[in-house]
Design a protein around this ligand. Structure first.
Ligand code: NAD
Ligand code: AKB
Length: 318
């Protein structure tokens, strides 16, 4: 059967790379990118794109039926930093957009699979911080984290009750050079590269010893498509899978950058995002993802840093 894939939130940090990967795999004409805002040129020019608000449930259903959509990747959300500025609005968008998509998948028989990303934000201050297990204490105290934990419960509910094939990953902070991140707590680990190249210095909004789980974008994209391609019978979970990868703090990242830019200087001025980061894990136990669907990230701190500096330099020179 030919798949027709809809991506919601295709203009964001993940969507701008995932769309291209899926177009390579399934054929450009079968991957429909949608967002509230226009995407980067390569997404716009390589296949179908439509401006669409995921909160508009009527247009959503028309779109899915018109294009015979079989899989949805729902990426639209308000991220942790921005969510703390407007908690009620963030809750409304994060929850109701997901419920719109789940209800659509339940009603439209052609839709076979839904991917919705969760986050390490589902964990909270009472969660064990090191090598955080898949199943553990989860008492998030940020609006973003609460919405992700509630979302995980909803996708599992729709799987169990209505047999919607829901799939999800608890992404760590994602590091990429193509599209800048959209208002999260882990954004410093991207900003630092731009500031290091442009100005040789960076003022970090997290404290120097705040260790967080991170992942290079191509590892996240490969994990996502691998999970979606896996036979349902191999999956023991239809809610967020833990995935780890890198784990470092701003001081360690700055030291790595100094290997290429010896004069780089970092100063620290923690803001409200420090209070969020303090509640998140330092590292993640991802044995279940490795066993169920072969999760196997490639990048380490050194290869990621080298690549980010090289690619951002190229991008800024163009
Ligand atoms: P992003 O903010 O870069 O992109 C989100 C996109 O959604 C934006 O292009 C935005 O215009 C779009 N959007 C917002 N409201 C919309 C609406 N009503 N209708 C249609 N589109 C709308 O976010 P991202 O970093 O690409 O993250 C995508 C998903 O992955 C989110 O659910 C996020 O919580 C999750 N996630 C991201 C990270 C990360 O580090 N990037 C980590 C963990 C989880
Ligand atoms: C954020 O910082 O909000 C995201 C995430 C880890 O969910 N990058």
């Amino acid at each position: 059967m030919k798949e027709n894939i809809m991506i919601i939130g295709a203009s964001g940090q993940i969507g701008s790379e995932l769309t291209l990967k899926l177009r390579e795999m399934y054929g450009a004409g079968h991957v429909y990118a949608t967002d509230l805002k226009e995407p980067a040129r390569d997404v716009l020019e390589s296949g179908p794109f439509e401006l669409l608000d995921v909160m508009d449930d009527k247009r959503l259903i028309h779109f899915a039926i018109r294009h015979h959509i079989t899989q949805i990747y729902h990426l639209a959300a308000v991220l942790s930093g921005n969510a703390e500025k407007l908690p009620m609005q963030a809750w409304h968008i994060n929850m109701n957009s997901l419920l719109n998509v789940l209800d659509l998948a339940k009603e439209v028989e052609e839709i076979k699979k839904v991917f919705w990303p969760s986050s390490i934000a589902v964990f909270g201050p009472t969660t064990p911080k090191k090598n955080t297990p898949q199943l553990t204490i989860m008492e998030p105290n940020t609006v973003y984290g609460i919405s992700k934990l509630a979302g995980e419960r909803w996708i599992e509910y729709f799987h169990k009750r209505y047999h919607v094939d829901t799939r999800s990953i608890r992404y760590p902070g994602l590091i990429s050079y193509k599209t800048e991140p959209g208002g999260g707590t882990t954004d410093y680990a991207v900003e630092i590269f731009y500031q290091a190249i442009k100005h040789g210095r960076y003022e970090c909004f997290l404290d120097k010893k705040t260790t967080l789980p991170m992942l290079y974008m191509s590892d996240a994209i490969n994990a996502t498509v691998k999970l979606m391609e896996t036979e349902a019978s191999s999956l023991s979970l239809h809610t967020g899978y833990n995935i780890g990868g890198l784990s470092f703090n701003p001081d360690e990242l700055a030291n790595e950058i100094r290997k290429y830019l010896p004069g780089f200087r970092i100063t620290y001025k923690p803001d409200f995002r420090q209070d969020i980061a303090t509640t998140w894990p330092e590292s993640i136990d991802d044995r279940i993802a490795r066993k169920d669907w072969g999760y196997n990230p490639k990048y380490n701190l050194s290869s990621m840093t080298e690549l980010m500096l090289r690619e951002i330099r190229k991008k800024l020179n163009n």
